[in-house]
Design a protein around this ligand. Sequence first.
Ligand SMILES: [Zn+2]
Length: 291
Amino acid sequence: MTPSPGAIPPRGAAPRRGRAPGDAEPRRRHGWRSLRILILLLVLLVVAARTYQERYLSTRWREPLFVSIYPIAADLSPVTLGYLAALDSERFKPIDRFFAREAERYRLAANEPVRTRLRAELTDRPPQRAADAGLLATALWSLRLRYWAWRVSGHAHEPEDIRMFVLYHDPALTPTVPHSLGLTKGLIGVVYAFAAPEMNGENNVVIAHELLHTVGATDKYDFIDDSPRFPDGYGDPAQKPLYPQATAELMAGRRMLAPDKWQQAANLDQVVIGPATALEIRWLQHRQSAN
Ligand SMILES: [Zn+2]
């Protein structure tokens, strides 16, 4: 039986109890505070241990990493909804093939480093970090994001090592999207993508880029003007002549055309994983033996 709304006193309306001298209330409240701090510390400890374990397991490169892709409509435009309705797992297979191709180039022991899986569309959107978030606000937002990710995806029956939440935008409504992100903590990526078939290749470059952030790769571009950093952000820093570069490095995401000109990689065929990134994701430690 549900009580009528009127049966519940409004929150905060209860009269405050006066406190007599010698009342045990302050001490009890102090005890509560210690308990709450203890619980918070325990939560942080468990989260830290889990992060450490994830970092170890995600860069062993023995079995494929299962990457779940959760599409989300960022707006209700018919363009976005139509794009999502037509989405199938083939759309993301270039990502699997890209990592297999690059793994072979590095003679990685695993020949299938990642296996993407398209999951059912989500209607819930991830919590957004405020643009001016400081260190503490960012840490809290990161915990909220992990909790959100667990809540919306924690019931998957198939294994998933990494979760990528891809928010699709109608380019006519949102011509520029915020920076996508990939967190090593929780192995979660949030990708801002475009609901346009001609952007499929670029969307996959962004997904692969954020995916590698989750396993420890860092950006290889200049944060002021987005230009690839030399030498690590170049597809081939030894190429002669140096420009135009034939390929882009994944963690730079852009291909140098001339000393002062660079361009977003159109698809993963134009992209490679450079040695600096390969070192960060521990590909160089897990190569096949020479013979
Ligand atoms: Zn990045």
